[in-house]
Design a protein around this ligand. Structure first.
Ligand SMILES: *Cc1c(COP(=O)(O)O)cnc(C)c1O
Length: 379
């Protein structure tokens, strides 16, 4: 039989995807309009060009791309260790912190085990959990757009293996205070890994969120997840890491896809840590823009939660969301829209931010509805 005959013959068995995979939503790429002045505010990337020192470190590493990278990422882990005041044995690196999170879920969860997280939060959470064969348990945000930690603690069952806390939360920008995280960690079983995802920690005002390293040192079931993709501006190179108790970190290193963090990414991350002050200056500029935008939007009549990330969150019913998405589309501003929940806009350079402010001023008459937590299960 030919290939076409095989594919159309009704009696021919074909390979099928696992149910967990077949049920996943397909990735819908953001709209790109070529040749026009598009403001890319949909992915919380850094709008700055890479730092020259980072570009030259990558260029130098490019000359060795015929070789596999250091699989154990020894030099990078030692550099992160001295940056944080931990040991390299307490670190696992991966292709973005999403990659490390995949290592965490596959490393800790058997089929049917449960992972609890707030919703809405980072869209990658339910996908990684389902692909691993574990069960995602979404707990609606509270009415201040933050984690409902009481409800999350109440959702713990015998099958709970991992709990994800995202602070500041993507997409709402709301942090969880140190005291609340600590009380939560004390209230859950010590054999549950509590992962504090701090993808935006560099953008948070000191003291707004937890002192995660202090909590990690006090509670061995706390794990910290960080990334070079956001404030450090390395989204395209894929590198992030976890801080975890040595036995867990060791296990995560074993579950990693071999050589998944390229030599270019390792060198770029080291050079980025070395350029910490320049990164901080850039972060400060974004924080100033965030404050400027928040103040103007409030004056326009919008009610937004105080964001500690490099993004702003507009709660919107589907009617308002559709109107905003259409307006942003026509203005060539790419933003992230969430069905049933709202719109997230990355804070970037002043000119792009001004475009956002002008657009939202025109829609300010339509006040966003007050948030009424309903369990939303779509991705
Ligand atoms: C962007 C982001 C990450 C990390 O993404 P990577 O590029 O894979 O490092 C992790 N968590 C949250 C909440 C994010 O928004």
């Amino acid at each position: 039989m030919t290939r076409d005959q095989l594919l159309t013959a009704p009696e021919t068995a074909v390979p099928t995807l696992r149910g967990a995979v077949a049920g996943l939503p397909s990735y819908i790429p953001g709209r790109r309009s070529a040749g026009r002045d598009v403001a890319a505010l949909a992915s919380n990337e850094s709008h700055y060009d890479p730092l020259p020192a980072v570009v030259s470190a990558v260029a130098e590493a490019a000359g060795r791309m015929n070789r596999y990278p250091d699989m154990a990422a020894v030099e990078l882990r030692e550099r992160i260790a001295s940056h944080l005041g931990v040991t390299a044995g307490e670190l696992a690196v991966g292709p973005g912190s999403v990659g490390v999170l995949q290592q965490i879920v596959t490393g800790l969860c058997d089929a049917g085990d449960e992972v609890i997280f707030a919703w809405r939060s980072f869209e990658a959470y339910p996908i990684l959990i389902e692909v691993a064969g574990a069960r995602p348990v979404r707990i609606p945000l509270d009415d201040a757009e933050g984690h409902d930690l009481d409800a999350m603690a109440a959702a713990v069952t015998e099958r709970t293996k991992v709990i994800l806390l995202c602070t500041p939360n993507n997409p709402t920008g709301v942090p969880i205070s140190h005291e609340r995280v600590e009380a939560f960690v004390q209230s859950v079983r010590s054999d549950i890994l509590v992962v504090i995802d701090e993808a935006y920690v560099e953008y948070a005002e000191a003291g707004s969120g937890p002192d995660s390293l202090a909590l990690y040192r006090r509670y061995p079931n706390v794990c910290i997840l960080r990334t070079f993709s956001k404030a450090y501006g390395l989204a395209g190179l894929r590198v992030g890491y976890a801080v975890a108790a040595p036995a867990i970190a060791e296990g995560l290193r074993r579950t990693a896809l071999p050589f998944s963090v390229s030599g270019l990414a390792q060198k770029a991350a080291i050079a980025s840590l070395d350029a910490g002050e320049q990164m901080e200056a850039r972060v400060d500029a974004v924080k100033r823009e965030r404050a400027r935008m928040a103040a103007q939007l409030e004056a326009q009549g919008w009610k937004l939660p105080a964001s500690q990330g490099n993004f702003l969150w507009i709660r919107a019913d589907d009617d308002l969301r559709a109107k905003l998405v259409d307006a942003f589309d026509r203005a060539d501003i790419l933003v992230r829209a969430y069905q049933g929940d709202g719109v997230r806009i990355t804070v970037a350079d002043p000119a792009s931010n001004d475009r956002v402010l002008r657009l939202l001023a025109a829609h300010a008459a339509r006040k966003p509805p007050t948030y009424n937590p309903i369990r939303s299960t779509d991705n």
